[in-house]
Design a protein around this ligand. Structure first.
Ligand code: SF4
Length: 356
């Protein structure tokens, strides 16, 4: 998939012209959320593709977008990655990487049947949810999987135990879903949901099924929770919140919803700075900026440069958590790195390398 290169649009009106159209009280400023951008699972998955290209050579096939970000996908395509929807598009014997969102056992079987070599870049925090699904299905629980039907991660988790699992998409479905045995019931969730909406779904499920069990540990991951917590702090002060992230990035879309819910007067998601519309700035003193977990920092920097052109050149970072999580690279790749004497640390995650 080829996408246009991001460009920062030329300024069409001066800050004075915008201010004259709708004056603002006080200085123009940016509140920049931290944490934002790449999480450990995304960084690991992207490094896995980069290392595979380096050590095995192009082409390297990747099932689905490795992470849900247009810029990342097009950059890897330029380097020789070929993104496919299903493993049957991969020539027999070739190498295929499974994306950070995870795959169902049926996909793994299909790859084996075609004699494909595989690298599993599923985020370890998604794998954790898969393991929970397998374990509770084995104990004959019915699993209410809170998540968005059709999202790759939900398809993968559901596929671990389809006979034991029902998907709950939203709070309304919690009011109507029918279960086999209300006393042998557990909820699990997609990792990138709104924390608040998920808790509302659980509350409504529990009203109907008081013996509903909680997952052994939170399924919504640290990165999703941290990015939502940061934007919750900024939103009440923001006239406008810009979320950098792609339309199919669940956690990015949730950030727009959370910003609006917590008091931002307006909020928009953009892939690139070029998609920012100058009409959004009218009457705006404070702009909040954040980015989803699959967004490289360079795209945020582009937005900040654009904002500076419009007079929003005072940037205050609002830090609500520090992240230093690292995950080991997929085991198939670690073995190759060792064999080939690659001295990189075999780690992916914030802190493993400078932000790009
Ligand atoms: S958003 Fe969370 S679950 Fe998804 S890749 Fe990042 S750390 Fe893993």
């Amino acid at each position: 998939m080829s996408v246009p290169m991001p460009t920062v649009p030329r300024k069409r009106r001066s800050p004075e012209e915008i201010a004259a159209a709708a004056p603002v009280a006080g200085p123009r400023r940016v509140l920049l959320a931290a944490p934002r951008g790449y999480c450990a699972g995304v960084d690991r998955a992207v490094i896995a593709v980069e290392k595979a290209l380096e050590h095995y050579g192009a082409p390297v096939y990747v099932r689905k977008q490795i992470v849900h970000n247009r810029h990342v996908v097009s950059t890897l395509e330029e380097r020789g990655a070929i993104f496919v929807e299903e493993t049957d598009e991969v020539p027999e014997g070739e190498l295929v990487i499974f994306s950070a969102h995870g795959v169902s056992p049926a996909v793994v079987r299909s790859a084996e049947e075609r004699g494909l070599r595989t690298i599993d870049a599923t985020c370890p925090l998604v794998t954790k949810v898969h393991r929970e699904a397998v374990r509770f299905a084995k104990d004959d629980y019915e699993i209410l999987l809170i998540g968005h039907e059709g999202h790759e991660e939900v398809e993968g988790t559901y596929g671990e135990a389809p006979e034991h699992t029902q998907i709950v998409n939203n709070p309304d479905e919690a009011d109507t879903i029918q279960v086999r045995d209300p006393d042998k019931l557990i909820w699990l969730s997609q990792t990138t949901l709104s924390v608040d909406e998920t808790m509302e779904i659980v509350r409504r499920l529990r009203e109907r099924f008081p013996n509903l069990q909680d997952p052994p540990s939170d399924d919504i991951c640290y990165a999703t929770s941290n990015r939502q917590a940061a934007i919750k702090k900024i939103a009440p002060q923001a006239d406008l919140v810009i979320v950098v992230g792609s339309a199919n990035s669940s956690n990015s879309v949730r950030l727009v919803e959370v910003a609006l819910e917590y008091g931002a007067k307006a909020s928009y998601r953009v892939d690139f700075a070029s998609q920012v519309d100058e009409s959004w700035f009218e009457g705006v003193a404070t702009v909040g900026v954040t980015s989803g977990a699959s967004v490289p920092e360079v795209l945020v920097r582009d937005v900040l440069s654009l904002l500076a052109q419009y007079g929003y050149d005072q940037v205050d970072e609002v830090v609500t958590a520090e992240e230093d999580i690292l995950f080991s690279l997929p085991k198939e790749l670690r073995a190759t790195l060792k064999e080939k004497g690659d001295s990189s640390r075999g780690l992916g995650g914030r802190g493993a390398r400078p932000a790009r």
